[in-house]
Design a protein around this ligand. Structure first.
Ligand code: SF4
Ligand code: SF4
Length: 265
């Protein structure tokens, strides 16, 4: 079993492979909960899936502009051809907001070295990793001000007036869907879709206890407020509402409607 959204992770199997204990827990979990079985379409490919639809009723609050949790700490995916082309087509803007080429030169490399890394990420991405370590941020992340971390790919898309669907097609899938969790059989013949939760599904790759957008209790904790003294301003609402567009754009309208219908039942 794999963590489907991490299949393109730069560290490979070490990250995307589900360990034996988690696989056992996941299989047991999906046998005991009410599920929605349906076909979903992800980036033009159809998959059979089992959806833990009740999770989509969970309170959530994606108040990212008010959040100081560094959820873009390193790149969770090698870029697709399409995203790479988009970045190269918009290199000046990318450099203006991230200063990645300037940082490369300050580190003693040539600017061509980082462009080569970006082009041939599969062969070598050493400088990209080095920059991520130095900045403590994903290579594509940047700071809007002294606190808010944003995604340069997303910001460039927004600046071009692209629609939510177009942005979802450019951004790495894992970033658009985070923190939705998808596990898959090794041959991708079946996907299992859920969300990180309190102890009930501790097999997820993401740690529920550190996800403020899903864990209201964490947001009221002293630990969270130490970094985010103003807290979140938005209200917590079911994931199916807050992530309506994301679900439609990444998994299909049909899936959104089926989950919604199941939740009404
Ligand atoms: S942790 Fe959640 S609320 Fe905070 S920036 Fe990341 S997605 Fe947004
Ligand atoms: S959303 Fe953008 S900045 Fe954040 S991890 Fe993904 S690619 Fe990196």
């Amino acid at each position: 079993m794999n963590y489907f959204l991490f299949l393109n992770h730069p560290k490979g199997e070490e990250v995307y492979k589900v360990n034996e204990e988690n696989e056992k827990a996941a299989r047991k979990y999906f046998k005991t909960i009410p599920v929605l079985e349906t076909e979903i379409e992800i980036q033009g490919k159809k998959y059979k899936s089992i959806i833990d639809y009740e999770m989509f009723d969970k309170p959530s609050n994606f108040d990212c502009f008010n959040c100081n949790i560094n959820c873009c700490a390193d790149s969770p995916s090698k870029l697709s051809k399409k995203t790479k082309k988009f970045l190269f087509d918009n290199m000046d803007e990318f450099e203006e907001i991230t200063s990645n080429i300037e940082i490369t030169e300050e580190m003693g490399y040539e600017s061509s070295d980082i462009l080569e890394n970006l082009k041939n990420e599969k062969e070598s991405r050493e400088i990209i990793s080095e920059i991520e370590e130095e900045t403590e941020m994903c290579f594509y992340a940047y700071k809007k001000d002294n606190k808010t971390t944003l995604c340069s790919i997303h910001s460039i898309c927004l600046g071009k007036g692209m629609t939510g669907k177009e942005i979802s097609d450019i951004k790495p899938l894992v970033c658009s869907l985070w923190p939705i969790e998808i596990l898959s059989e090794d041959d991708n013949s079946l996907l299992y879709i859920t969300l990180p939760d309190d102890f009930t599904n501790s097999f997820t790759i993401e740690d529920y206890y550190q996800i403020p957008c899903l864990n209201e209790e964490f947001v009221s904790s002293a630990l969270f407020r130490r970094k985010n003294p103003e807290g979140f301003s938005e209200e917590y609402k079911p994931v199916i509402e807050t992530y309506k567009d994301t679900i439609i754009n990444c998994l299909g309208k049909n899936v959104y409607e089926k989950i919604k219908e199941k939740l009404k039942e």
